[in-house]
Design a binder for this molecule. Structure first.
Ligand SMILES: [Zn+2]
Length: 90
């Protein structure tokens, strides 16, 4: 029960998921990601580090997470992403 409201990407449950924040173009981007399995909990700051955190978090959820429900959701999201990318290319 933190009471904080943060933009959350990739997770509907409060407290878990990926949060990325960047206030204005000159602000430092900050992000933190937590997986409900408890095996992935990281934070990063700076555009490069935030980007690599987002990629690692996606990979964890799709390939490494011990929770099959998480992997199933991530695989669906990844498939949808691939589909929209290949549609855009044509
Ligand atoms: Zn996990």
């Amino acid at each position: 029960m933190s009471g904080r409201i943060l933009p959350t990407i990739g997770g509907r449950r409060p407290g878990f998921g990926l949060r990325v924040r960047k206030d204005g173009t000159k602000a430092l981007a900050v992000a933190d990601a937590d997986c409900p399995c408890g095996q992935f909990s990281e934070s990063a700051s700076g555009d490069m580090n935030v980007e690599s955190l987002v990629i690692r978090y996606g990979r964890h959820r799709r390939d490494e997470c011990p929770n099959p429900a998480i992997r199933a959701v991530a695989a669906r999201q990844y498939a949808a992403l691939q589909q929209s990318l290949s549609k855009r290319r044509k």
